[in-house]
Design a protein around this ligand. Structure first.
Ligand code: FE
Ligand code: FE
Length: 350
Protein backbone atom coordinates (compact mmCIF):
# COMPACT_ATOMS: atom_id res chain seq x y z
CA UNK A 1 0.00 0.00 0.00
CA UNK A 2 1.38 3.35 -0.92
CA UNK A 3 1.36 5.87 1.87
CA UNK A 4 0.76 8.56 -0.69
CA UNK A 5 -2.32 6.84 -2.04
CA UNK A 6 -4.28 8.08 0.93
CA UNK A 7 -2.88 11.56 1.02
CA UNK A 8 -5.62 14.16 1.23
CA UNK A 9 -5.55 17.74 0.19
CA UNK A 10 -7.33 19.71 2.84
CA UNK A 11 -7.59 23.47 2.73
CA UNK A 12 -5.46 25.12 5.36
CA UNK A 13 -7.44 26.49 8.27
CA UNK A 14 -6.53 29.83 9.78
CA UNK A 15 -6.47 30.02 13.51
CA UNK A 16 -4.59 33.27 13.92
CA UNK A 17 -5.16 34.48 17.45
CA UNK A 18 -3.91 37.84 18.55
CA UNK A 19 -4.76 37.49 22.21
CA UNK A 20 -1.46 36.59 23.80
CA UNK A 21 -1.15 35.52 27.41
CA UNK A 22 1.64 37.21 29.37
CA UNK A 23 3.73 34.07 29.15
CA UNK A 24 3.35 33.45 25.44
CA UNK A 25 5.51 34.64 22.58
CA UNK A 26 5.24 34.80 18.80
CA UNK A 27 7.66 33.05 16.47
CA UNK A 28 7.82 32.68 12.69
CA UNK A 29 6.07 29.65 11.25
CA UNK A 30 7.44 27.69 8.27
CA UNK A 31 5.31 29.48 5.68
CA UNK A 32 5.70 33.00 6.98
CA UNK A 33 2.84 32.59 9.42
CA UNK A 34 3.19 33.93 12.94
CA UNK A 35 2.85 31.17 15.52
CA UNK A 36 2.01 31.69 19.16
CA UNK A 37 4.03 29.61 21.61
CA UNK A 38 3.28 29.53 25.31
CA UNK A 39 5.68 29.49 28.20
CA UNK A 40 9.03 29.19 26.50
CA UNK A 41 10.50 29.36 29.99
CA UNK A 42 8.90 26.04 30.83
CA UNK A 43 10.52 24.46 27.82
CA UNK A 44 13.86 26.06 28.52
CA UNK A 45 13.79 25.12 32.19
CA UNK A 46 12.94 21.62 31.16
CA UNK A 47 16.22 21.38 29.30
CA UNK A 48 18.09 21.77 32.55
CA UNK A 49 16.28 18.89 34.21
CA UNK A 50 18.29 15.82 35.05
CA UNK A 51 16.56 12.64 34.05
CA UNK A 52 17.38 9.25 32.53
CA UNK A 53 18.43 10.07 29.00
CA UNK A 54 18.25 6.78 27.14
CA UNK A 55 15.45 4.97 28.91
CA UNK A 56 13.97 3.79 25.64
CA UNK A 57 17.17 2.20 24.40
CA UNK A 58 16.54 -1.54 24.91
CA UNK A 59 20.28 -2.22 24.97
CA UNK A 60 20.58 -0.16 28.13
CA UNK A 61 18.86 -0.57 31.45
CA UNK A 62 19.69 2.96 32.39
CA UNK A 63 16.61 4.87 33.32
CA UNK A 64 14.28 2.00 34.09
CA UNK A 65 16.35 1.14 37.13
CA UNK A 66 16.13 4.74 38.28
CA UNK A 67 12.37 4.44 38.66
CA UNK A 68 11.06 3.16 41.96
CA UNK A 69 8.54 0.33 41.97
CA UNK A 70 5.52 2.56 42.18
CA UNK A 71 6.75 4.74 39.37
CA UNK A 72 7.07 1.65 37.19
CA UNK A 73 3.39 0.90 37.77
CA UNK A 74 2.56 4.17 36.08
CA UNK A 75 4.41 3.21 32.96
CA UNK A 76 2.63 3.06 29.64
CA UNK A 77 2.82 -0.65 30.22
CA UNK A 78 1.96 -1.87 26.75
CA UNK A 79 4.82 0.17 25.41
CA UNK A 80 7.12 -1.04 28.15
CA UNK A 81 6.31 -4.64 27.31
CA UNK A 82 7.28 -4.04 23.72
CA UNK A 83 10.38 -2.08 24.45
CA UNK A 84 11.75 -4.11 27.28
CA UNK A 85 10.60 -7.53 26.28
CA UNK A 86 14.15 -8.72 25.76
CA UNK A 87 15.03 -8.04 29.37
CA UNK A 88 15.15 -10.71 31.96
CA UNK A 89 14.05 -8.36 34.65
CA UNK A 90 11.66 -10.08 36.99
CA UNK A 91 11.08 -6.90 39.01
CA UNK A 92 9.62 -5.19 35.97
CA UNK A 93 7.53 -8.24 35.18
CA UNK A 94 5.80 -8.18 38.54
CA UNK A 95 5.22 -4.44 38.44
CA UNK A 96 3.66 -4.39 35.01
CA UNK A 97 1.54 -7.28 36.21
CA UNK A 98 0.02 -5.07 38.92
CA UNK A 99 -1.08 -2.63 36.23
CA UNK A 100 -2.69 -5.38 34.16
CA UNK A 101 -4.28 -7.04 37.17
CA UNK A 102 -6.12 -3.81 37.94
CA UNK A 103 -7.02 -3.41 34.28
CA UNK A 104 -8.50 -6.90 34.04
CA UNK A 105 -10.44 -6.55 37.28
CA UNK A 106 -11.95 -3.21 36.39
CA UNK A 107 -12.40 -2.86 32.64
CA UNK A 108 -15.86 -4.21 31.87
CA UNK A 109 -18.67 -3.25 29.47
CA UNK A 110 -20.45 -1.44 32.32
CA UNK A 111 -17.32 0.47 33.25
CA UNK A 112 -16.63 1.45 29.63
CA UNK A 113 -20.22 2.76 29.36
CA UNK A 114 -19.62 4.74 32.52
CA UNK A 115 -16.47 6.30 31.02
CA UNK A 116 -18.33 7.13 27.80
CA UNK A 117 -20.87 9.08 29.84
CA UNK A 118 -18.30 10.78 31.98
CA UNK A 119 -15.83 11.81 29.28
CA UNK A 120 -17.70 12.24 26.02
CA UNK A 121 -19.51 15.42 26.97
CA UNK A 122 -16.44 17.55 26.12
CA UNK A 123 -17.43 20.32 28.46
CA UNK A 124 -14.49 19.90 30.82
CA UNK A 125 -12.38 22.68 29.35
CA UNK A 126 -11.48 24.65 26.21
CA UNK A 127 -7.89 24.94 25.06
CA UNK A 128 -5.61 24.75 22.04
CA UNK A 129 -3.38 21.76 21.33
CA UNK A 130 -0.37 23.55 22.76
CA UNK A 131 -2.27 24.47 25.90
CA UNK A 132 -3.21 20.80 26.13
CA UNK A 133 0.45 19.84 26.07
CA UNK A 134 1.09 22.42 28.75
CA UNK A 135 -1.64 20.84 30.85
CA UNK A 136 -0.21 17.37 30.24
CA UNK A 137 3.14 18.25 31.70
CA UNK A 138 1.90 17.35 35.18
CA UNK A 139 1.26 13.80 34.01
CA UNK A 140 4.03 11.48 35.16
CA UNK A 141 4.69 8.84 32.56
CA UNK A 142 7.17 6.10 31.88
CA UNK A 143 10.28 7.68 30.57
CA UNK A 144 11.08 10.90 32.33
CA UNK A 145 9.61 11.12 35.81
CA UNK A 146 11.47 14.36 36.49
CA UNK A 147 10.85 15.99 33.15
CA UNK A 148 8.29 18.70 32.53
CA UNK A 149 7.16 17.69 29.05
CA UNK A 150 7.91 13.96 28.66
CA UNK A 151 4.73 13.17 26.75
CA UNK A 152 5.28 15.98 24.29
CA UNK A 153 8.78 14.65 23.67
CA UNK A 154 7.60 11.09 23.05
CA UNK A 155 4.88 12.32 20.74
CA UNK A 156 7.25 14.63 18.87
CA UNK A 157 9.69 11.75 18.40
CA UNK A 158 6.91 9.60 16.99
CA UNK A 159 5.86 12.43 14.66
CA UNK A 160 9.42 13.12 13.56
CA UNK A 161 9.96 9.44 12.75
CA UNK A 162 6.83 9.45 10.59
CA UNK A 163 7.91 12.68 8.90
CA UNK A 164 11.42 11.39 8.19
CA UNK A 165 9.95 8.25 6.60
CA UNK A 166 7.98 10.41 4.18
CA UNK A 167 4.45 9.66 5.34
CA UNK A 168 1.63 12.20 4.78
CA UNK A 169 1.36 15.27 6.98
CA UNK A 170 -1.86 14.12 8.67
CA UNK A 171 -0.03 10.99 9.85
CA UNK A 172 2.76 13.16 11.25
CA UNK A 173 0.12 15.07 13.18
CA UNK A 174 -1.34 11.80 14.43
CA UNK A 175 2.12 10.99 15.78
CA UNK A 176 2.08 14.27 17.66
CA UNK A 177 -1.43 13.75 19.08
CA UNK A 178 -1.64 10.01 19.61
CA UNK A 179 -1.07 9.89 23.39
CA UNK A 180 -2.65 13.21 24.17
CA UNK A 181 -5.77 11.55 25.52
CA UNK A 182 -3.83 10.96 28.73
CA UNK A 183 -4.96 14.46 29.54
CA UNK A 184 -8.04 12.74 30.99
CA UNK A 185 -6.06 12.44 34.16
CA UNK A 186 -6.93 16.09 34.84
CA UNK A 187 -10.55 15.09 35.36
CA UNK A 188 -9.96 11.57 36.64
CA UNK A 189 -9.66 10.07 40.07
CA UNK A 190 -8.04 7.13 41.81
CA UNK A 191 -11.24 5.07 41.83
CA UNK A 192 -11.39 5.32 38.05
CA UNK A 193 -7.75 4.37 37.59
CA UNK A 194 -7.11 7.72 36.00
CA UNK A 195 -4.74 9.53 38.29
CA UNK A 196 -1.77 10.65 36.24
CA UNK A 197 0.64 10.17 39.08
CA UNK A 198 3.54 7.80 39.39
CA UNK A 199 2.35 6.44 42.71
CA UNK A 200 -1.05 5.19 41.52
CA UNK A 201 -1.97 2.55 38.95
CA UNK A 202 -3.39 4.02 35.75
CA UNK A 203 -5.63 1.20 34.62
CA UNK A 204 -7.94 3.45 32.56
CA UNK A 205 -5.28 5.63 30.95
CA UNK A 206 -2.70 3.37 29.33
CA UNK A 207 -1.65 -0.19 28.65
CA UNK A 208 -2.70 -2.73 26.03
CA UNK A 209 -6.45 -2.75 25.51
CA UNK A 210 -8.91 -5.36 24.28
CA UNK A 211 -12.48 -5.37 23.01
CA UNK A 212 -15.03 -5.57 25.83
CA UNK A 213 -18.27 -7.54 25.51
CA UNK A 214 -16.56 -10.55 23.95
CA UNK A 215 -14.10 -13.02 25.56
CA UNK A 216 -10.58 -11.62 26.03
CA UNK A 217 -8.27 -13.57 23.72
CA UNK A 218 -5.43 -15.73 25.01
CA UNK A 219 -3.03 -13.64 22.95
CA UNK A 220 -3.68 -10.59 25.18
CA UNK A 221 -0.78 -9.70 27.44
CA UNK A 222 -0.92 -11.67 30.74
CA UNK A 223 -3.66 -14.07 29.56
CA UNK A 224 -3.65 -15.77 32.95
CA UNK A 225 -5.32 -12.61 34.26
CA UNK A 226 -8.31 -12.98 31.92
CA UNK A 227 -10.06 -14.99 34.64
CA UNK A 228 -10.22 -11.88 36.79
CA UNK A 229 -12.47 -10.03 34.36
CA UNK A 230 -16.04 -9.92 35.78
CA UNK A 231 -17.54 -9.98 32.26
CA UNK A 232 -16.49 -13.61 31.87
CA UNK A 233 -19.57 -14.53 33.95
CA UNK A 234 -22.09 -12.71 31.75
CA UNK A 235 -23.61 -15.08 29.16
CA UNK A 236 -24.32 -12.48 26.47
CA UNK A 237 -20.61 -11.54 26.35
CA UNK A 238 -19.56 -15.10 25.53
CA UNK A 239 -19.11 -16.91 22.22
CA UNK A 240 -17.23 -15.82 19.14
CA UNK A 241 -19.00 -12.47 18.77
CA UNK A 242 -20.11 -11.81 22.35
CA UNK A 243 -22.55 -8.88 22.46
CA UNK A 244 -21.84 -7.91 18.84
CA UNK A 245 -23.24 -9.16 15.59
CA UNK A 246 -20.98 -10.89 13.10
CA UNK A 247 -19.00 -8.45 10.89
CA UNK A 248 -20.46 -5.45 12.72
CA UNK A 249 -17.31 -3.44 12.00
CA UNK A 250 -14.60 -1.76 14.06
CA UNK A 251 -16.52 1.44 14.59
CA UNK A 252 -19.25 -0.40 16.48
CA UNK A 253 -16.90 -2.07 18.96
CA UNK A 254 -16.10 -0.92 22.49
CA UNK A 255 -12.59 -1.08 23.86
CA UNK A 256 -11.18 -1.20 27.36
CA UNK A 257 -11.19 2.51 28.14
CA UNK A 258 -8.12 4.70 27.99
CA UNK A 259 -6.34 7.52 26.21
CA UNK A 260 -7.00 6.05 22.74
CA UNK A 261 -10.79 6.18 22.92
CA UNK A 262 -10.91 9.55 24.62
CA UNK A 263 -8.69 11.23 22.03
CA UNK A 264 -10.57 9.63 19.13
CA UNK A 265 -13.91 10.90 20.44
CA UNK A 266 -12.45 14.30 21.24
CA UNK A 267 -11.15 14.66 17.66
CA UNK A 268 -14.54 13.68 16.22
CA UNK A 269 -16.31 16.11 18.52
CA UNK A 270 -14.05 18.94 17.38
CA UNK A 271 -14.63 18.01 13.71
CA UNK A 272 -11.01 17.33 12.86
CA UNK A 273 -10.04 17.00 9.19
CA UNK A 274 -7.62 14.13 9.98
CA UNK A 275 -8.73 11.30 7.65
CA UNK A 276 -10.26 8.10 8.97
CA UNK A 277 -6.97 6.22 8.60
CA UNK A 278 -5.39 8.63 11.07
CA UNK A 279 -8.32 8.39 13.45
CA UNK A 280 -7.96 4.59 13.36
CA UNK A 281 -4.31 4.93 14.43
CA UNK A 282 -5.39 6.94 17.43
CA UNK A 283 -8.33 4.76 18.45
CA UNK A 284 -6.77 1.32 18.00
CA UNK A 285 -3.06 1.78 18.68
CA UNK A 286 -3.17 0.15 22.13
CA UNK A 287 -5.28 -2.83 21.05
CA UNK A 288 -2.52 -5.33 20.36
CA UNK A 289 -4.83 -8.37 20.15
CA UNK A 290 -6.59 -6.58 17.27
CA UNK A 291 -3.74 -5.16 15.18
CA UNK A 292 -0.86 -7.44 16.15
CA UNK A 293 -2.42 -10.80 16.98
CA UNK A 294 -5.16 -10.63 14.34
CA UNK A 295 -7.93 -11.53 16.79
CA UNK A 296 -11.59 -10.53 16.40
CA UNK A 297 -11.64 -11.38 12.68
CA UNK A 298 -15.32 -12.32 12.83
CA UNK A 299 -16.20 -8.78 13.97
CA UNK A 300 -14.48 -6.93 11.13
CA UNK A 301 -16.43 -5.37 8.27
CA UNK A 302 -15.16 -4.74 4.74
CA UNK A 303 -12.54 -1.96 4.82
CA UNK A 304 -11.49 -2.60 8.42
CA UNK A 305 -8.43 -4.65 7.52
CA UNK A 306 -7.11 -1.73 5.42
CA UNK A 307 -7.51 0.57 8.41
CA UNK A 308 -5.61 -1.90 10.58
CA UNK A 309 -2.77 -1.90 8.06
CA UNK A 310 -2.41 1.82 8.74
CA UNK A 311 -2.45 1.21 12.48
CA UNK A 312 0.40 -1.27 12.05
CA UNK A 313 2.34 1.25 9.97
CA UNK A 314 1.87 3.80 12.72
CA UNK A 315 2.79 1.52 15.59
CA UNK A 316 6.34 0.94 14.48
CA UNK A 317 6.95 4.66 14.98
CA UNK A 318 5.23 4.73 18.37
CA UNK A 319 7.39 1.86 19.60
CA UNK A 320 10.69 2.26 17.89
CA UNK A 321 11.44 5.97 17.80
CA UNK A 322 13.85 5.64 20.67
CA UNK A 323 14.58 8.46 23.04
CA UNK A 324 18.31 8.48 22.49
CA UNK A 325 18.04 12.02 21.18
CA UNK A 326 15.69 14.50 22.77
CA UNK A 327 13.65 16.50 20.27
CA UNK A 328 14.11 20.26 20.22
CA UNK A 329 10.61 21.37 21.08
CA UNK A 330 11.14 25.04 20.24
CA UNK A 331 12.54 24.57 16.77
CA UNK A 332 10.10 21.80 15.81
CA UNK A 333 6.90 23.33 17.10
CA UNK A 334 6.21 25.84 14.27
CA UNK A 335 6.13 23.00 11.74
CA UNK A 336 3.58 21.10 13.79
CA UNK A 337 1.55 24.18 14.62
CA UNK A 338 1.06 24.53 10.89
CA UNK A 339 -0.34 20.97 10.73
CA UNK A 340 -2.57 21.70 13.71
CA UNK A 341 -3.87 24.79 11.91
CA UNK A 342 -4.65 22.63 8.89
CA UNK A 343 -6.37 19.66 10.56
CA UNK A 344 -7.39 20.72 14.07
CA UNK A 345 -7.37 24.50 14.33
CA UNK A 346 -8.18 26.87 17.10
CA UNK A 347 -9.50 26.38 20.60
CA UNK A 348 -10.84 22.89 21.17
CA UNK A 349 -13.43 21.41 23.50
CA UNK A 350 -12.03 18.75 25.86
FE1 FE B 1 -0.51 5.37 23.50
FE1 FE C 1 2.83 6.45 22.42
Amino acid sequence: MSSLALKRDVASGDSADDSLSPTSTVIDGPIGKKIKVFDLNVVQNNKKTNFPKVLHDPSSKQGWENLDDLEKISVDAGKAIEEFRNYENSARQSIVQVHYTEMRKNQTVAKVDYFYKKYHTFNKCEMTVWEGFEALKGYVDSSDPDSDLPNLEHMLQTAEGIRAAGYPDWMQLVGLLHDMGKIMYLWGNEEDGQIGRADFPQWALGGDTWIVGVPIPKTAVFPQLNLLNPDKNIPMYQGKCGMYSSKCGLENLKFAYGHDEYMYRMLLHNKTLIPKEGLAMIRYHSCYPLHKENEYKELLAPGDEELLQWVREFNQFDLYTKADKRPDVISLWPYYQNLIDKYLPGTLKW
